[in-house]
Structure formats: structure tokens, C-alpha cells
Write a protein that binds this ligand. Structure first.
Ligand code: UDP
Length: 242
């Protein structure tokens, strides 16, 4: 059962349940992709029907931002907990290191994915990173082929939204991978170029505030958050009417 939050259908799972589901998809015979929408992404999906369909076509739709959790509460369809993309990714990495699944890292500026791969191999002994590619390519074909040649099971696709979600839906099946996960700026964090908020900030739901302090240029993107919650309240009133 998925919870409809402003048109995006979120899986109501704990982080542990989401990682279990991700592991199953990665080991399965088919292809699926995972999206981790924050309020900004949900807002975009409200404006673009094609993008909303891409999000709702995902094998897993996980609530990355605290704003989504607040909106879910306002709408009267609460979600169990926030499932940050990076926590989901880290849970999956632990499983891949145990099972021998092959990981490909796609995205960020040249050199970042390689640095992230080096760091991840140290943090998760036994992890097979079978290839990397930066995220500033002009043609899709060679990237699809690189993933195919690497025989990747799982691909972390870090191209920013909405590019990464559209890319996974369009090109994922041709790569032969079983699972793709859209993870925004996560490779910059794994490479050590961007620091994640301390655990206490995360617990308080203030990760967005920490990021804003360290990357003030995000202010324009974040200023839309209050409007998102007001829109959720409006939606709740509409849904309440017969
Ligand atoms: N990026 C990329 N190709 C592009 C545009 C962006 O690889 O054409 C990368 C960018 O270098 C960064 C990530 O995508 O590593 C997006 O990070 P952002 O902080 O915007 O994502 P968020 O975590 O907020 O979703």
C-alpha cells in the first residue's frame, strides 16, 4: 500500500524494511529503480505529469525530506519515518558487501565517483565497485554500454533531480542492471567533498538547515518548503469535502 502525498505515491516503510526491499529487487531477475523524493521533487511532479509518472513508476518511492513527513501528517496519511536516500544507500552497501553484488557509481563531477569508490571499498570491505562514470556526459549510449560491460547489479545514479529519475526510467532496462537508485549529491558526500549533518541535527529533522548553512546558494530551492506545507493543508481541505 502506498500513501498519496500530493500526487506522489510513497511506500510506507521503515528504513530497515526499505533496505530489505531494495536487496530483494537487486537480487531479482528484472529491473527496478528507486526514487527518494523531497518536497522540491514532489513540487516539480505537481507541475509535470510526465515526471510524476516516472516517480510513481519506481519500484520504491522513499520519503527523503522531513517536509514530506510533515505533509503526510497534515494530509492524515502519515508515513512511518523519513528514509533518507543516503541511509538507504548505506544499508544497501552493507548487503552488497556481504552478497558480492556489483555496484556502479554514476554521476557528479569528473573524479568524484572514483574517489567515492575508493572510500566505499575501505568502509565496506568486500564491496565490488565494478565501474564509475562522471555525470556530465553528452551522449547516453556510451554510459549505458559502460554499465552493461561492467555487469553491474546495482547503479547509484547521482545526476540531480529531475535528470536522474528520468534517466533511470529511460535507460535503466538497457543496462542489464537490476536496481538503480537516484541519490542526488550522495557521491559528493561519499567522496568526502560535502559533509553530512551531524546525527543530532538529523534526529531533530534539521538536516535541511545544516545543508543550507553550508551551501547558502540552496536558499532559493528551500524557500519553497513552507509553500509546500501550505499546499498540503489546502489539499487536505479539498480531500475532506464530499
Ligand atoms: N550532477 C551531475 N550531472 C549533471 C548535473 C548534476 O552529475 O548534469 C551532479 C552534481 O555534480 C551533484 C549532484 O548531481 O553531485 C546533484 O546534487 P544536488 O545537491 O543538487 O542533489 P540533492 O542531493 O539536493 O538531490
Amino acid at each position: 500500500m502506498r500513501n498519496d502525498i500530493m500526487g506522489v505515491l510513497f511506500d510506507n516503510l521503515t528504513l530497515a524494511e526499505a533496505v530489505d526491499a531494495g536487496e530483494r529487487l537487486a537480487a531479482g531477475p528484472g529491473f527496478a529503480y528507486v526514487v527518494t523524493p523531497n518536497p522540491e521533487i514532489v513540487n516539480l511532479a505537481r507541475q509535470r505529469e510526465d515526471y510524476r509518472q516516472v516517480l510513481n513508476g519506481a519500484g520504491l518511492v522513499l520519503p527523503d525530506g522531513i517536509g514530506v513527513i510533515h505533509a503526510a501528517k497534515i494530509l492524515g496519511t502519515p508515513l512511518q519515518e523519513r528514509v533518507p536516500g543516503i541511509d538507504f544507500a548505506s544499508g544497501l552497501l552493507t548487503r552488497l558487501a556481504q552478497t558480492g553484488g556489483r555496484l556502479f557509481l554514476l554521476g557528479a563531477k569528473p573524479g568524484v565517483a572514483d574517489q567515492a569508490a575508493d572510500n566505499l571499498r575501505k568502509t565496506y570491505p568486500g564491496l565490488t565497485v565494478c565501474g564509475t562514470h562522471h555525470g556530465y556526459f553528452q551522449e547516453d549510449g556510451p554510459v549505458v554500454e559502460a554499465i552493461r560491460q561492467a555487469q553491474a547489479d546495482v547503479v547509484f545514479v547521482c545526476l540531480g533531480a529531475p535528470k536522474q529519475e528520468v534517466w533511470m526510467a529511460q535507460h535503466g532496462p538497457a543496462t542489464g542492471a537490476h536496481l538503480m537508485v537516484g541519490l542526488g549529491g550522495v557521491l559528493d558526500v561519499y567522496a568526502g567533498h560535502v559533509k553530512r549533518a551531524p546525527a543530532a541535527w538529523q534526529k531533530l529533522g534539521l538536516e535541511w538547515c545544516y545543508r543550507l548553512l553550508h551551501q547558502p546558494s540552496r536558499i532559493g530551492r528551500m524557500a519553497k518548503l513552507p509553500g509546500f506545507l501550505v499546499a498540503a493543508a489546502g489539499e487536505k481541505r479539498k480531500r475532506g469535502k464530499p
